[in-house]
Write a protein that binds this ligand. Structure first.
Ligand code: 3PG
Length: 392
């Protein structure tokens, strides 16, 4: 795919799709990683005299104007990070926006309003896509985090303007693409999270590619139940027993090391003051208790495998890491990733949040800015926001 480096940008109005879908609490941004990640592209453009329009969604306003989902806090944060003023409009299309653009000087930055305030955005409406396109001379997609969405500002617009990737998009595709197409071995994939159904495709694809697949989190209990162990009140998807057993079969057939936890932390309540116990999986979980983390033996086994790996891809926490007594498994896996000499990729979303929470982010080689997008990438799916860009 072509990147912003392959085209002339000087003096042009450039519509840059970014993913400024950042967490907010009382109007304050609690994690600005995604904003910081777009700085290289923005500075690349402004330093070369482009006029930069930034478009993003925030939350799911469903086609309505929702004040708490305006991009004003993101524009303010961006201005601090760039160390220069950043203009902001309260629309993303139309004459008022065009008037603002006409006032821009080369190197200026204008943040448009949340594109999801328009119903056409998520419908990938072609009229809206044309409206976006009419604002600019060039489309740059730097929103890796939204690349799995075929929306007007991620996919539709690419049909109406020259369309290239930004530097963040390029880096994400490069790192994830190389890792999965030509992995250094041993390659270990760690898959956690709460629901089996969300991770079926990723486990399936990673079983084809990786040497070791380590399972943790709530999804493990469906495997245990399918194998005939008691799981008490643990998370369960009883329509997925065949899928779970199928993975164990597939791993055997392909000669892959497929690891389920051997011991687990169980609790009698979903709170920080709950009673907890460590049990071996075969013992079975008592009826009123539930599994909430991987146990110490499993942590050691997983850490050992991670230490010996040349490449590690991690998607999904090992337990309820938001609650301190249930966080040790996720922390242990994070620490093992931080310590290994192998190349480590954190697949966005919850695992990225965990890495950040435990202060391990600096020690990882790549933390994806995509949650759903990195998951779909690891599932081997094509991302519509990428497919729509111009080829080399
Ligand atoms: C994300 O946070 O994963 C992206 O910004 C996409 O958001 P969405 O799931 O609301 O489309």
């Amino acid at each position: 795919k072509k990147s912003v480096r392959d085209v002339e940008v000087s003096g042009k109005v450039v519509f840059v799709r970014v993913d400024f879908n950042v967490p907010l609490e009382d109007g304050k941004i609690t994690d600005d990683t995604r904003i910081r990640a777009t700085i290289p592209t923005i500075e690349y453009l402004t330093e070369r005299g482009a006029k930069v329009l930034l478009a993003s969604h925030l939350g799911r306003p469903k086609g309505e104007v929702v004040d708490s989902m305006r991009l004003t806090p993101a524009a303010e944060r961006l201005s601090e990070l760039l160390g220069k003023p950043v203009a902001k409009t309260d629309e993303s299309i139309g004459d008022a926006v065009k008037a603002k653009i006409a006032e821009l000087k080369d190197g200026d930055v204008l943040v448009l309003e949340n594109v999801r305030f328009h119903k056409g955005e998520e419908k990938n409406d072609s009229e809206l896509a044309k409206e976006f396109a009419s604002l600019a001379d060039l489309f740059v997609n730097d929103a890796f985090g939204a690349a799995h969405r075929a929306h007007a500002s991620t996919e539709g617009i690419a049909h109406h303007l020259p369309a290239v990737s930004g530097l963040l998009m390029e880096k994400e595709l490069d790192v994830l693409g190389k890792a999965l197409s030509n992995p250094e071995r041993p390659f270990t994939a760690i898959v956690g999270g709460s629901k089996v159904k969300d991770k079926i495709d990723v486990i399936d694809n990673l079983l084809n590619i990786a040497d070791n697949v380590l399972i943790g989190g709530g999804l493990a209990y469906t495997f245990f139940k399918a194998q005939g162990y008691e799981i008490g009140q643990s998370l369960l998807d009883d329509s997925k027993f065949d899928v779970a057993l199928g993975f164990i079969e597939k791993a055997k057939k392909l000669g892959k090391n497929f690891h389920l936890p051997v011991d687990i932390v169980i609790s009698d309540d979903f709170s920080a003051t709950a009673n907890t116990k460590i049990i071996n999986v075969e013992e079975g979980i008592p009826a009123d208790w539930e599994g909430i983390d991987i146990g110490p033996k499993t942590r050691e086994i997983y850490a050992d495998i991670i230490a010996k790996s040349k490449l590690v891809v991690w998607n999904g926490p090992m337990g309820v890491f938001e609650i301190e007594p249930f966080s040790h498994g996720t922390r242990a896996v994070g620490e093992a990733c931080a310590a290994t000499e192998g190349y480590t990729i954190i697949g966005g979303g919850d695992s990225a949040a965990a890495t950040e929470k435990f202060g391990l982010a600096e020690k990882m080689n790549h933390i994806s800015t995509g949650g759903g997008a990195s998951l779909e990438f690891m599932e081997g799916k094509a991302l519509p926001g990428v497919v729509a860009l111009n080829d080399k």
